[in-house]
Design a protein around this ligand. Sequence first.
Ligand code: NAD
Length: 447
Amino acid sequence: MTTTTKAETHDIKDLTLAAEGRRRTEWAERSMPVLRQLRERFAKEKPLAGRRLSACLHVTTETANLMVTLQAGGADVALCASNPLSTQDDVAAHLVRDHGLKVFAIKGEDHTSYYEHIRAALAHRPDVTMDDGADLVGSLHMIALNRLDDLAPPVRRWVETLSVAERKALVGGVIGSTEETTTGVIRLKAMAKDGVLQFPVVAVNDSDTKHLFDNRYGTGQSTLDGILRATNMLVAGSTVVVAGYGWCGRGFAMRARGAGANVLVTEIDPLKALEAQMDGFRVCTMAEAARVGDIFVTLTGNIEVIRVEHMRAMKDGAILANSGHFNVEIDLEGLKQAANGPVQVREFVEEFQLDGKRIFVLADGRLINLAAAEGHPASVMDMSFANQALAAEFVLKNAATLKKDVYRIPADLDREIARLKLQAMGVGIDTLSPAQHKYLASWDMGT
Ligand SMILES: NC(=O)c1ccc[n+]([C@@H]2O[C@H](COP(=O)([O-])OP(=O)(O)OC[C@H]3O[C@@H](n4cnc5c(N)ncnc54)[C@H](O)[C@@H]3O)[C@@H](O)[C@H]2O)c1
């Protein structure tokens, strides 16, 4: 275990980093006016009073602002990381020292520590869980289905100490859950389809004020930021290959073009491919792109998008990075078997020798924007995390009527977040006149 400051209530790197974490969290808060307004209401109304909430999220300054909002709403909060590389240790220290939060997260933690921290978040016995990639909910479902062999060893060992009644109480105690990202939502919908989902879940990612902005503009900017911080390469004039033209891929392709790159897009969906082509990008197969690309970025949520056969076709010095949720999009196992190395040449840059050529992999194929940079800017997380806070309130408020299914946040709340964001940005919009209202609602007014 890679711990230095460990107690029953936390496991973080170093409490003395708290002051820096506090300064940076306050800086982020300036750009989170919607969440700030929610925090003020939560502090008055206490919609989460007496509830235990376990969150598995990237431990960033923006997440810190969400955690403090949930706490203001009355929740007893435990937080662990949703990726071994995305924790900001100063933020973890700030949350423990200044807010008394239970935080279990250390940047660079190994597989065992990562799951030991998931175990700690589960041992908090949450009424509500909040995931980014469904790791908490996934573990709870393996417990519910008695598939203990599918649990990571630290979680399995703990569950084996619990009686059947205690395991039932752990899963049955969860009133509802929220999920932040596309990959997590895909898994939850698969659970609902198979009839195994154990409690209602709000797919925060499905809110318009989440994926249209966070996935597109957040990932677009922060992925480029991560690649630049890791490599300090000049993007202008280079050929950037973007795998996946979903919300994240669109955003990143746009920003890479803005930085002067020639951008190639690979897709498997004909509609998305057509859209990319008409947006002015060259669309081709990965096999074609492999021969010409300088920088390859995967944003698909799928496995083995860049395989060894592609890597063998690449130019000397090709750079591979991933910004999809899990580190499965680049076949790193295949590369490790086929190549010599790796040798670390810079922080977050590893060199492999394959067929006499160099292939550079960034951040071990993990989310480059969170590993090498700071994740999305606060202004966009303001909307994502306003959705998270409202989703937690929503599942508790509607516990009696919600089924074991995947829900979206109600459309009026989604629009309200957009309205508040515009207001905070000082942007006014028109309102429908009574005549316009009538016109749009009628079918009998012609030319
Ligand atoms: N880096 C971040 O901070 C961040 C933020 C949000 C979401 N994500 C993650 O990024 C991934 C993508 O999210 P999204 O919202 O853009 O999803 P999306 O569903 O909108 O887009 C994914 C796209 O990838 C395409 N695709 C699938 N397999 C492919 C393949 N083999 N080759 C090429 N294209 C392929 C799909 O057709 C789709 O268009 C998910 O894992 C999501 O969880 C990361």
